[in-house]
Design a protein around this ligand. Structure first.
Ligand code: BTN
Length: 268
């Protein structure tokens, strides 16, 4: 990145404001650009408690306590990538929350596909965006409930944009937009595209379920036809059902539906 504003935020991110407003959606209309923060998900959750509106977004250049799913850390070199959280005030039962990570992943997948025309990004259930089998982005959805009512949904997204070298333990498993694209990526354009996708699909999916995006989910599915292990079940992945569950066909032909967890490829 060439230019960092006095506030410590890259010019490409500053430009995202105009791009987002030009798209005319609700998500990103309130955009907080931050130089550094512990975790944008925590910022969003704190602001949600103080009444921040639907569609507010927090983007940062540096995250000191970024987290991923299953208690893992999300580490990203300063000022290279996209680290942001979106506050959505959605009307839905708590059971609709896990599939929302897939819908958010689809918005990221689509934006990456636009940025990197030949890359063919895929969605790995439940929340990863992959290119060539390597992770390019992850989604962490956290919600605050009041009884059985969803008060706020925070969608945290990390996208590797400019990073070209990864730590040793990740170098065979991670990639970035810069590594899979012919053109230099623009974080502002990517951010505006992801937010547009979230604006279009998240509220609808929360209210009506996955029906409207299911064909796109199926087309983007990275696992279908591969042999995997998830939650102790081993089988061939047969797609994602309308509740967002991963369908695995065991060797005895029985189809098992997995609600959440970690998926690993397996030969056994
Ligand atoms: C995963 O793949 O496990 C999810 C990674 C999510 C990382 C993003 S970065 C912005 C937001 N803030 C966080 O602390 N985590 C999410």
């Amino acid at each position: 990145m060439k230019f960092v504003s006095r506030r410590g935020v890259g010019e490409d991110l500053e430009r995202a404001r105009e791009l987002i407003l030009a798209k005319g959606g609700e998500v990103g209309r309130e955009l907080h650009l931050l130089a550094d923060v512990e975790s944008t998900n925590d910022e969003a959750k704190r602001a949600a408690k103080s009444g921040a509106p639907h569609g507010s977004v927090w983007v940062t250049e540096v995250q000191t306590k970024g987290r991923g799913r299953l208690g893992r850390a999300w580490v990203s070199p300063p000022r290279e990538n996209l680290l942001f959280s979106v506050l959505l005030r959605l009307r839905c039962p708590p059971a609709r929350l896990p599939p929302l990570a897939l819908v958010a992943g689809l918005a990221v997948r689509d934006a990456v596909a636009r940025a990197a025309k030949k890359a063919e990004p895929k969605l790995k259930w439940p929340n990863d965006v992959l290119v060539g089998g390597r992770k390019l982005a992850g989604v962490l959805v956290e919600a605050t409930l009041s009884g059985q009512r969803v008060e706020a949904v925070v969608v945290g997204i990390g996208i590797n944009v400019h990073t070209r070298e990864f730590p040793e333990d990740l170098q065979d498993r991670a990639t970035s937009v810069a590594l899979v694209s012919d053109l230099p990526p623009d974080r502002g354009v990517l951010l505006a595209d992801v937010l547009e996708g979230l604006d279009r699909d998240m509220a609808l999916a929360a209210e009506r379920g996955l029906g409207l995006v299911h064909a796109r989910l199926t087309a983007a599915d990275a696992l279908v036809g591969t042999r995997v292990r998830a939650e102790g079940v081993v089988g061939i992945a047969r797609g994602i059902d309308l509740e967002g569950r991963l369908v695995l066909e065991r060797d005895d032909g029985v189809r098992v539906r997995v609600v959440s967890g970690e998926v690993t490829p397996t030969v056994s």
